[in-house]
Design a protein around this ligand. Structure first.
Ligand code: C2E
Ligand code: CA
Ligand code: CA
Length: 310
């Protein structure tokens, strides 16, 4: 009825005296717990635990470390092959560039941990630029060695796309390196597109006009409908690893029916489909049988250093 509304709250709880003997500390701990509660879905409560403090410290240490990482040469790229899986013997059709960071203080840290932290600050911008420049160096070296170009997929974050001059910056980087735009395939995730659809579509259109292909990463985990996809300049769908994993699930999570229909629709609509995280021959067989033409995963090829490919 008109005039009624509901209020929902998030709670952070700290107990006295165990989790803070004075008011200040107690409030700080409760606040930390509140922050955690909000981050993990709103409208819930979280009880303070010392581990929350450690998470905060680690995030802080990672942010500090990332600040210096480019200048200190701590990043490198590895390249995972993408295959045409239909022939008896799968054929490499391109590579995906994956960022690696070895910090002298924190050791090797997974991109699943440091990329979200970089994305939450502006650090992802210089990092993304570094990835582009390094990718260009790889492509130039590949052409030199092999005598022909190869397609390189590069992951791009929302913040990068949101920069007003992103397209010019990309153009400039390619021009300096003497690399063709057509050698690139940019991988973006759905969350990127949802955030500000119109702006990102414009940006992606401009990149496609340059000659780059665009892939939708982690497909099948979000909410995109094919109707919505049709509005985007996307040519490739990357089926998320979780769907590939569940292909051989014996219970109700089995993803085969879903995958069958996704592949059918995608093929009818003219998308290229790459299955990610293929680890077993059984997964590969099911993918091939159901009309998946491209695959990537440890079974087919692990990410490797440029010098092992060139
Ligand atoms: P993603 O784009 O979905 O990349 C695929 C991830 O799955 C990679 O992890 C890859 O090493 C891993 N993978 C590939 N095949 C298999 C397999 O058969 N089994 C298993 N268990 N894993 C497999 P990685 O390199 O740790 O990257 C994680 C995520 O970090 C990426 O997910 C991507 O979202 C992000 N990321 C990596 N490099 C960059 C980058 O240069 N820029 C941005 N913005 N994000 C990046
Ligand atoms: Ca990717
Ligand atoms: Ca993915």
């Amino acid at each position: 009825p008109a005039g009624s509304f509901s209020v929902r709250t998030s709670w952070g709880i700290a107990l006295c005296p165990d989790q803070g003997k004075d008011l200040q500390l107690l409030i700080r701990h409760a606040d930390l717990a509140l922050h955690h509660a909000k981050k993990h879905g709103k409208w819930r409560y979280k009880l303070y635990e010392p581990q929350l403090q450690e998470t905060v410290y680690r995030r802080h240490a990672i942010r500090e470390g990332l600040n210096k990482a480019i200048g200190h040469n701590e990043f490198h790229l590895v390249y995972q092959p993408i295959f045409d899986i239909q022939p008896e013997q799968a054929i490499v059709v391109g590579y995906e560039a994956l960022l690696r960071w070895e910090s002298p203080i924190l050791g090797i840290i997974s991109p699943t941990e440091f990329i979200p932290i970089a994305e939450n600050s502006n650090l992802i911008l210089p990092m993304g630029q570094w990835v582009f420049e390094e990718a260009c160096r790889f492509l130039a070296a590949f052409r030199e060695k092999a005598g022909h170009d190869v397609i390189l997929s590069v992951n791009v974050s929302m913040r990068q796309l949101a920069q007003p001059n992103f397209v010019q910056q990309v153009e400039e980087t390619l021009r300096k390196a003497g690399v063709h735009a057509a050698a690139f395939n940019l991988e973006v995730t759905e969350s990127i597109l949802m955030a500000d659809v119109e702006k990102s579509v414009d940006c992606l259109e401009a990149l496609r006009e340059l000659g780059m292909a665009i892939s939708l990463d982690d497909f099948g985990t979000g909410y995109s409908s094919f109707t919505y996809l049709a509005k985007l300049p996307i040519s490739t769908l990357k089926i998320d690893k979780s769907l590939v994993d569940d292909l051989t699930d014996n219970g109700e999570n089995n993803s085969l029916p879903l995958l069958e229909s996704l592949l059918y629709m995608a093929n009818r609509l003219g998308y290229r489909v790459v299955a990610e995280g293929v680890e077993t021959p059984e997964q590969l067989r099911l993918l091939k049988e159901n009309g998946c033409f491209f695959g990537q995963g440890y079974l087919l090829g692990k990410p490797s250093l440029a010098r092992d490919i060139l």
